[in-house]
Design a protein around this ligand. Sequence first.
Ligand SMILES: Nc1ncnc2c1ncn2[C@@H]1O[C@H](COP(=O)(O)OP(=O)(O)OP(=O)(O)O)[C@@H](O)[C@H]1O
Ligand SMILES: [Mg+2]
Length: 434
Amino acid sequence: MTEDDLNPIESILLEEGEKESKLIENRKLLDPTYIVDEDRIVGRDEQLNKVARALRVILEGDRAANLFLYGPSGTGKSLITKAVCRNLKNLSEDNGIRLGTVEMNCRNLKTLDTAVHEMGEETAKEAGTDYDVPRRGYSTEYKYDKLFELVEENFDSLIYIFNELDMLSGRSDKDEPAFSRLLYTLSRLEETRSLSTNVTTIAISNDTRLMDQIDSRAESTFSPEEIHFDDYDANQLRSILDRRRDAFREGVLSESTLPLAAALAAQDHGDARKAIDLLRISGDMAELDNEQEVTEEHVKRAQKKIEESRVLEVIRGLSPQKKYSLYSTAKVASMAENRTARSVEGYRVYQHMMDEIDADKRIKETYTNKLKELSTYSLLNWERNSEGPSSGAFLEFKFETDLDAIVETLEQEEWYNRLDESRLRQTIRESFTR
Ligand SMILES: Nc1ncnc2c1ncn2[C@@H]1O[C@H](COP(=O)(O)OP(=O)(O)OP(=O)(O)O)[C@@H](O)[C@H]1O
Ligand SMILES: [Mg+2]
């Protein structure tokens, strides 16, 4: 087949495939959902030990203690859980124990009823059968009944893993959150239903306070072993990345690539998922550029890209007033020598902006409150300062790396077109000299 025989789509598909230099050889090692082998897991011995020791009684046919794993994003909670479960499954097969593991994310489960239905479907999937219960028109109790029938029939032991369990808060007219009621039910199956299957629950959350929200009745029956997962430091991130070096073809990573990726991710809360994403995106960029090496430059560009998309996502979701407050302040900071903005100047520019685009002007306190709220998205920090004993205190807003991305993103908004850039700059310059 010559090139002329190809249709336009074929020729793109084939051409790109040939043209890009392939630097990533084993992509699954850079996939955040892939469960790596034990020898690639770094710095989680304590947690691994605790989880494995808690669950090993399953192999003797006993019910394991419930677990509560908590800690920030990307600290290995899912990885450790899944790695232990994978081993348990292999070993229990050898021991003739029918072990099932069902993992669910509670983010989109609104009520207890939907959660129970979802558990029914996922449990059936794990058992290789169907859960014949319609979503609507049946009581939660009925859904539970059918679920536990299925459990009893198919498993000797069953582990439920609930990610982001705190999101399952349920209807607001109930005093007790839905997850609390669910945990209560799951931890009393032997007594209430004489279920012979040993059901163990692993609750996972970023929120340390999850246990505080659990009803005392549920807490005493659920009574999990709590296991904490900490942020990684730069060295740990570096070892984690180091053990995935073979995702790349030999020799294509420049010496400083991994250390830089680890250092950047460590600055950003020590999230291993971020470190791995950074490495993958760096590799993708180098491949697209047809380079033979993944260099520091690619890592920096990848970091910028990740940062921009995060900023973009956060900013898109903000209310208009938050956007205006943020924009006026960021714009001031972008023109200031020290890249910070004081509330006085920010508010002056905010007022100018509201006049120009004909939007509702809020009082200064509202403006500063909106900005303070934004610090929870790590778009900015703030600090109370003063220029000396005789002058009043003011708030100083500091932006870190994302300042330019914030300004650029907000300048895509429709209202920006109604602002006159040179008048805006003039106002900012004047506010500096006051
Ligand atoms: N100790 C570790 N050693 C090797 N890789 C790790 C380690 N911890 C995390 N990772 C990797 O980092 C990524 C994120 O980890 P994981 O999914 O376990 O995070 P998590 O704590 O469950 O985060 P979240 O709260 O966002 O669900 C995965 O690719 C995982 O393989
Ligand atoms: Mg997880």
